[in-house]
Design a protein around this ligand. Structure first.
Ligand code: SF4
Ligand code: SF4
Length: 184
């Protein structure tokens, strides 16, 4: 018995006082993903990268919105979303106390307006994403402020309509020109 007491005194306290006192969390700990809708451009990169489908994007054509959704119950804290987000809108925090009373509290959502193609009117891309791309081009000096406004229509046209606009009508293709050149 005396030996045991001696051993205990020598070893000291090996437990922590949590939850009576805060628990030390390593700076590299991957806890609850924290999302900032103001930073988000609704690009969907995080939803594409999320291996467990905790992050999803859904288009609501009727309301003209795109919804970003996060379900914490599916998250495996892999941090792929943080890695791929171009605007640091989602980051893993050190929060580990994740219990909630209602399942609904595990969900987080944000709605963004959709840009409709100027030609065909179909939902094309999140308006915020287009504005962000234009702002980046302006910032890098590849697009002046005056050009930005004149080229907005081009940015707000879907790829298939752009393709149609760039096609040369068959009546305007002069095949004979090439045939004559061959004959010479
Ligand atoms: S941490 Fe991983 S599982 Fe969780 S939301 Fe991000 S990508 Fe998905
Ligand atoms: S990757 Fe970032 S900016 Fe893109 S939808 Fe996800 S949180 Fe938003």
């Amino acid at each position: 018995m005396f030996k045991l007491i001696k051993k205990v005194l020598k070893t000291g306290n090996q437990t922590v006082a949590y939850p009576a006192s805060p628990l030390y969390v390593d700076p590299n700990f991957r806890g609850k993903p924290v999302y900032d809708p103001h930073q988000c451009i609704a690009c969907g990169a995080c939803a594409n990268a999320c291996p467990s489908n905790a992050l999803t994007m859904a288009t609501d054509s009727e309301n003209g919105t795109i919804r970003w959704s996060f379900f914490l119950g599916r998250c495996i804290f892999c941090a792929r979303c943080e890695e791929v987000c171009p605007t640091t809108a989602i980051r893993l925090s050190q929060e580990f106390e994740l219990a909630v009373w209602r399942k609904e509290d595990l969900y987080e959502r944000a709605d963004f307006s959709i840009c409709h193609c100027r030609e065909c009117g179909k939902p094309y891309a999140p308006q915020k994403e287009i504005d962000y791309a234009m702002a980046l081009l302006q910032q890098s000096g590849n697009l002046s402020e005056s050009q930005a406004e004149t080229r907005r229509a081009q940015f707000e046209t879907c790829p298939s309509c752009k393709q149609q606009q760039n096609l040369t009508h068959s009546r305007r293709i002069d095949v004979g020109r090439y045939l004559n050149r061959e004959a010479q």
